[in-house]
Design a protein around this ligand. Structure first.
Ligand code: NAD
Ligand code: TYD
Length: 340
């Protein structure tokens, strides 16, 4: 099969390319990526020489470029990871989230419809919004996004489903929870806290740190996507997570223990506006497909933290480059006025 993997130089996309190539070496994978700040070609350093994997720099929101890429590659399946993905960046500069996550997804759907290509969309538990008490989101729950990032992902999900209902396009959607693992850009919490511990820098915990997330190993997300691609039903949505949450303070504690960090590095800083307190998903539908996560969230966070300790070659150039400006903007005032 010929598969176009959009956003394949990002965190989850690159893990998926390696995962899929290892298990399905007969398939040809075209990595189509705009190469934003979050992309790294070195995420796939060991695979670029392989003739089953090729790369094309391009924007999913550019219709003619997407159509040309699909025609030349004879794409049979698009797996869409391409997105702007960080909530804090969406609060500071939201419009690009609409350009890529909404319009970009729409362009991919149009090309898929025109050329008769199967479409798999990577979504997120954040589309369900903040989840109260003991509830776990099911795939039928209403979408109640609360950040510009989550709203753009929810809009994309609805376009994907509309293309199935209206045009009969064969689509599937997976909604993943917070992923952790190798090659995650250090703007996200687990790699940020891990690299800060390794650098001896403070750990900026937003608010009381009692927000809850389901930290899933990225390899479990990849195997979940594989299960849906092989056994999922067209038009269906699938929640991919572990079904277990922990607080951010528990996550920080695991990172500190794994890296022998000092808890005195923790700073409670000004909270994120509109911060969702809890995400939690029911994963029965995926279990019914015969899929189950291999990693407990504690193990996933610990393994991720260890990866950053063992792979300074990957993150040190990022932390010393343009990332520093973002870090200053996002954290200087927060850390100067921290609340504990
Ligand atoms: P990432 O930020 O690490 O990578 C995103 C990739 O998309 C980058 O390589 C970037 O260059 C590319 N990209 C951005 N805009 C593009 C455009 N206009 N055209 C082509 N390529 C473009 O993101 P990630 O964490 O790997 O997330 C991948 C997908 O998974 C996203 O759709 C995200 O919403 C979803 N998701 C992420 C998580 C998570 O915890 N990281 C959880 C659930 C779902
Ligand atoms: P993040 O990795 O940004 O994922 P998301 O907000 O999409 O779930 O953040 C995970 C959790 O960690 C979230 O509750 C926000 C919190 N957080 C902090 O407390 N401090 C930080 O510096 C960051 C980036 C996140």
């Amino acid at each position: 099969m010929k598969i176009m993997v959009t956003g394949g130089c990002g965190f989850i996309g690159s893990n998926f390319v390696r995962y899929w190539h290892t298990r399905h070496p007969e398939d040809h994978l075209l990595v189509y990526d705009k190469m934003t700040y979050a992309a790294r070609k070195e995420n796939l350093h060991d695979l670029w020489e392989n003739e089953q994997i090729s790369f094309l720099q391009g924007d999913i929101a550019e219709m003619s470029a997407v159509r040309r890429a699909c025609l030349e590659h004879q794409t049979e399946l698009i797996v869409n990871f391409a997105a702007e993905t960080h909530v804090d960046q969406s609060i500071a500069g939201p419009l690009v989230f609409t350009d890529t996550n909404v319009r970009g997804t729409h362009v991919l759907l149009e090309v898929a419809r025109e050329l008769g290509i199967r479409f798999h969309h990577i979504s997120t538990d954040e589309v369900y919004g903040h989840i109260e008490d003991q509830h776990q989101s099911t795939e039928e729950d209403p979408l109640l996004p609360r950040s510009p990032y989550a709203a753009s992902k929810a809009a994309a999900d609805q376009l994907v489903q509309a293309y199935h209902i209206t045009y009969g396009l064969p689509v599937t959607i997976t909604r993943g929870s917070n992923n952790v693992g190798p090659f995650q850009y250090p703007e996200k919490a687990v790699p940020l806290f891990s690299t800060n511990v390794l650098l001896g820098e403070p750990l900026p915990v937003y608010g009381d740190g009692l927000q809850m997330r389901d930290y899933t190993h990225v390899i479990d997300h990849c195997s979940g996507i594989e299960a849906v691609l092989l056994r999922g039903q067209p038009g269906e949505v699938y929640n991919v997570g572990t079904g277990e949450e922990m607080t951010n303070l528990e996550m920080v504690d695991i990172v500190l223990q794994e890296l022998n960090g000092n808890p005195s590095l923790i700073r409670h800083v000004q909270d994120r506006p509109g911060h969702d307190r809890r995400y939690s998903m029911n994963i029965s539908k995926m279990r019914n497909l015969g899929w189950t996560p291999a990693f407990h969230p504690r193990q996933a966070v610990a393994e991720a933290a260890r990866w950053y300790a063992e792979n300074r070659w990957w993150w040190e150039p990022i932390r010393s480059g343009a990332f520093r400006e973002y870090y200053e903007r996002q954290y200087r005032d927060r850390l100067a006025g921290h609340t504990a």
